[in-house]
Design a protein around this ligand. Sequence first.
Ligand code: F6R
Length: 244
Amino acid sequence: MKFKVFNSYEELSAYSAELVAGVVREKEDAVLGLATGSSPLGLYEELIKLYDDGNLDFSKVKSINLDEYVGLDGTHNQSYRYFMDLNLFNHINIDKNNTHVPDGVAEDLQKGAEKYDELIESMGGVDVQILGIGPNGHIGFNEPAEKLNLNTHVADLTQETIKANARFFASESDVPTQAVTMGMGPIMKARKVILIASGENKAWAVKSLIDDVITTNIPATLLKLHTDVTVLLDRSAASQLDEK
Ligand code: F6R
């Protein structure tokens, strides 16, 4: 696992965009595994800049998102489909038919989850997986637990996650309590993983990534078993690491 610490979130974001751009330049139909939330916002801004400047072509790129809230359809302004359209897809030349976000309002969520795994498989897996990290060490919505799921599934969000995400909603009680999330399987199988963490509230989870313990109670620690993970940090997220 490689760690890189940046003086600012802007520098971190520009660097992460170059990593993603490198993958796309090498493989024009690359499959991007995408995350929502605050962490990748700067990356998406930088990717849009690269596209605007004529330095990156998304016309053949495909994407698969990590998760979606149960109960929110794509028109809801806090749904992850809406987030992706707003913050990335509407601004680049990606074919929206090639962008995928789990269906949080499927009549049969379990069936939808199974279909999502088939879809990931049919796309040939993920070339580069973008991850944020929860303050509790979750990745996607694979929350700390005794057991983790391999496949896409409906996850109960922990109280800590609901609290952390309440900032996007009118009140904490408006935050959905469940999400459909990609399991650990496709994340661990992604050919390359880029994890972005910024802010003091991520420092504990980030520190857990350098300790030598791997535990399902801190799902991100499973990434230690992956051979190509780059962790990009700002100074605050790195504040509990010994060598900064
Ligand atoms: C989002 C996701 C989550 C977030 C994590 C960090 O699609 O899967 O794991 O990456 O909760 O969220 P932010 O970046 O908002 O701090």
